[in-house]
Design a protein around this ligand. Structure first.
Ligand SMILES: *Cc1c(COP(=O)(O)O)cnc(C)c1O
Length: 458
């Protein structure tokens, strides 16, 4: 008999979590204005809101925390991070930032101007936010297969080269500052980009003399999928694949709260010294001095260690197998989800789950609320609330797909927790016919409304 799969870690520290009653949850979610971000974490039994900054650090990372050098300038911690970025990703220059969106803010302050168009694969919300905040446009050039949840395309994060070339060809050169590739593509379901696509995007961008920027939050998960799914990469190590991936990008932004397995942190990295110098000005203004930029020394140490661990095959296998475990339990119940299973999360297809609910009722949000009421499991809406309004018309832009995302923190929950999530969702699935009305908005912010939106039951 083959030995069954098991996690590549054992647990040294535990944090108690509490179950609750349906009555309590009904009251809590109402008080939270039906916005799951407003819940207190202690009201949540299993928290799948995000895998961002919610991972468990290893004992190696915790040891590194004790070795942090908190010098304002030239700290050893800065050099540890610099070496890790050079050795693992291959970039000569980098700037630490407090998280991923800060990296976007700094880099886009240099690169994005009013009226620009930034083509890419389903831009992440903060990325799109930082582009639109500068009165520029984020243009989605993802392949069409990404929008069919039942398609088993192995690389649904891929950029459609014809769509990209149309943008590059039909716009004046100065209008398109760079091409952005999100690896893995969070918004389309944690779906990877193939190395072949990365190579081709780079070649196309070079043909039009454009830099390529990676939004690299989950680059290691992307490398894992390349190893598992792409011909010719089975025998390469994750670190070898990672090196090749970044060979096709001129610069990158990173939310280290994802694949570097730290609770806070980010960075920008690039090959071009001139770009580094320009970005440095904004980094000092918004984040901090060059050698700490919004991070403490101990956090830079943990990040450097996390980059190394996060690009180990066993770490990624444990993680992605757990995501697939939850995915398989849900598909066995007949629940419609984005296929194939993504890297960091399972994306439940809310429109197919609740076909009787009008889109004006916020379908994925309604499903997220129902799951919380059922079980105390917190997921998150990746749908109309997140897609927000058209910057020009201010009308809702209803996305093609409405997802309830169940993001799994790294090294935090066991598969018993996944069983609870699966059965809870199955219970909602069994009463889906009875869910015929959703929610309406009482309050929304002018940008990135999903974080603070207040809702009322229709
Ligand atoms: C999380 C994330 C970001 C933003 O990073 P923060 O650390 O949350 O600011 C940007 N892009 C992608 C793809 C992400 O997943």
């Amino acid at each position: 008999m083959n030995l069954p799969f098991a996690e590549s870690f054992k647990i040294k520290v535990v944090e108690p979590i509490k179950r609750s009653s349906r009555t309590e949850r009904l009251e809590w979610i109402k008080k939270a204005n039906y916005n799951l971000f407003n819940l207190k974490s202690e009201q949540v039994f299993i928290d799948l809101l995000t895998d961002s900054g919610t991972g468990a650090m290893s004992h190696f990372q915790w040891s590194e925390m004790m070795l942090g050098d908190e010098s304002y300038a030239g700290a050893t911690s800065y050099y540890k991070m610099k070496n890790a970025i050079k050795n693992i990703l291959g970039y000569d220059y980098f700037l630490p930032t407090h998280q991923g969106r800060a990296a976007e803010n700094v880099l886009f302050s240099v690169m994005v101007k009013e009226g620009n168009i930034v083509p890419g694969n389903s831009h992440f919300d903060t990325t799109k936010g930082h582009i639109e905040f500068r009165k520029a446009k984020a243009l989605d050039c993802t392949i069409d297969e990404a929008f069919d949840t039942s398609s088993e395309h192995p690389f649904k994060g891929n950029i459609d080269l014809a769509k990209l070339e149309a943008v590059l060809k039909n716009n004046p050169h100065e209008k398109v500052p760079f091409v952005i590739v999100t690896v893995t593509c969070n918004s389309s379901g944690g779906q990877p980009v193939s190395i072949k696509n990365m190579r081709e995007v780079n070649a196309l961008a070079k043909k039009y003399n454009k830099p390529v920027v990676y939004d690299a939050a989950r680059f290691a998960e992307n490398a894992y999928f390349i190893k598992i799914r792409e011909k010719g990469y089975q025998d390469k190590s994750i670190k070898e694949i990672v090196k090749e991936m970044f060979h096709y990008a001129d610069a990158m932004t990173m939310s280290s709260k994802k694949d570097a397995i730290v609770n806070m942190g980010g960075f920008i990295a690039m090959n071009d010294e001139a770009l580094f110098k320009q970005a440095t000005v904004f980094n000092i203004m918004f984040e901090g001095y060059i050698t700490y930029g919004g991070m403490s020394g101990r956090d830079m140490n943990a990040l450097a260690q996390g980059l190394d661990e996060g690009t180990e095959f066993s770490t990624l296998e444990t993680r992605i197998e757990q995501v697939a475990y939850l995915g398989k339990r849900l598909t066995d119940f007949g629940i419609p989800i984005q296929m194939p299973y993504g890297g960091h999360a399972i994306f439940v297809d809310a429109k197919r789950f609740l076909p009787n609910l009008p889109k004006e009722h916020y379908v994925a949000q309604t499903l997220a609320i129902e799951l919380f009421i059922e079980s105390g499991v917190r997921g998150v809406e990746i749908g109309t609330l997140l897609a927000d309004r058209d910057p020009d018309t201010r009308e809702n832009r209803y996305p093609e797909l409405e997802f309830l995302r169940l993001a799994i923190p790294r090294r935090v929950y066991t598969n018993n927790h996944m069983d609870v999530v699966a059965v809870a969702l199955k219970n909602v699935w069994d009463r889906r016919e009875k869910i015929t009305s959703g929610y309406k908005i009482l309050y929304e912010a002018s940008i990135m409304r999903h974080f603070t939106v207040e809702l009322e039951k229709i």
